[in-house]
Ligand binder design. Structure first.
Ligand SMILES: Cc1cc2nc3c(=O)[nH]c(=O)nc-3n(C[C@H](O)[C@H](O)[C@H](O)COP(=O)(O)OP(=O)(O)OC[C@H]3O[C@@H](n4cnc5c(N)ncnc54)[C@H](O)[C@@H]3O)c2cc1C
Ligand code: FES
Length: 271
């Protein structure tokens, strides 16, 4: 408990810019020096607005010494309230939390689906800064739902765009693109974030090609510090043991792609 208090901070952040990324998806750029100097790619923060729930968000921008960013898909009351913020708005922040991605000089492949692309952007930037090579698969259902294409194109060695409906880039789902890419190329590490059905397939593919994988999972986060058990998946707590898990850990998760828990703790199936 004492360690938790020492490691994480609570503070107030100020919105300095709002960027519309796609219909229903906005990036809030926040002035938040405490998080900007501490956070690592793949970690998340808890955001709070008066009258709303406190919600977890991955960091899509880490720019020490002052700025961080979160890229928010509007799906309910709190995320809609976050979308309504403008330059100068204040919000409560605590974190940074969880185990992030391994940042090293590697031949890396990032694969992101939908808003899951967001935490992979600071990761790709840091791997490049360390002298690594990065291929990125940026995928979405349609062309208009694609995010961060330009940001990735500025930093990565190869950018592969894919859409489910073929409206831009390769027609096909992200994991199908991964499967055909790995048939011709090898990588030291795959980094993945996106909808759980996509991650479920990515785990199987990485295992088949015997390639190391780190994937970021989502579960219902309440405390964020490993105390309440709300975020458990097969005995692992997403808030402290993850949200980034290794291939070996993911292969042991029998609930992956099958079950998640609601706010009440009730187990529900993942379609
Ligand atoms: C580690 C982590 C990182 C995340 N990063 C991002 C991100 O970068 N961008 C983004 O748009 N979304 C992200 N999410 C999901 C985001 O937290 C939810 O979309 C948000 O909490 C929805 O809140 P709401 O009140 O708008 O919607 P609600 O109507 O309350 O819920 C809509 C959906 O969001 C889920 N949800 C609600 N509250 C939580 C919670 N406390 N923890 C987890 N899921 C919840 C619900 O189960 C439901 O499926 C992340 C979730 C986790 C666990
Ligand atoms: S959210 Fe409470 S243990 Fe993870």
């Amino acid at each position: 408990m004492l360690t938790v208090i020492i490691m994480h901070s609570r503070t107030v952040a100020k919105v300095v810019e709002v960027v519309c990324e796609a219909p229903g998806v906005k990036t809030l750029i926040l002035e938040c020096p405490v998080m900007a100097v501490k956070a690592k790619p793949g970690q998340f923060i808890m955001l709070w607005l008066p009258g709303q729930e406190e919600v977890p968000m991955s960091l899509s921008l880490i720019k020490p010494p002052r700025l961080i960013g979160v890229t928010v898909k509007a799906v309910g009351d709190t995320t809609r309230a976050l979308h309504a913020l403008s330059k100068g708005s204040l919000l409560g922040v605590r974190g940074p939390y969880g185990r992030g991605f391994t940042v090293a000089k590697l031949k890396a492949l990032t694969i992101g689906g939908g808003v899951g692309v967001a935490p992979l952007a600071p990761l790709a930037e840091e791997i490049k800064a360390k002298g690594g090579l990065v291929t990125a698969i940026v995928a979405a259902t349609t062309a208009e739902a694609l995010i961060f294409k330009e940001r990735f194109s500025k930093v990565v060695d190869e950018l592969i765009v894919a859409t489910d409906d073929g409206s831009e880039g390769i027609k096909g789902r992200a994991h199908e693109v991964l499967d055909s890419l790995l048939s011709g190329k090898s990588f030291d590490m795959i980094y993945a974030c996106g909808p759980e059905p996509m991650l479920f397939e990515v785990v199987k593919i990485a295992s088949r090609f015997k390639t190391s994988l780190e994937a970021s999972l989502e579960r219902y986060i309440k405390c964020g510090v490993g105390l309440c058990g709300s975020c458990a998946i097969n005995g692992m707590r997403v808030c402290v043991d993850g949200p980034v898990f290794t291939l070996e850990e993911l292969l042991k998760m029998t609930e992956l792609g099958k079950f998640r828990r609601e706010a009440s703790g009730r187990k529900v199936s993942i379609e």
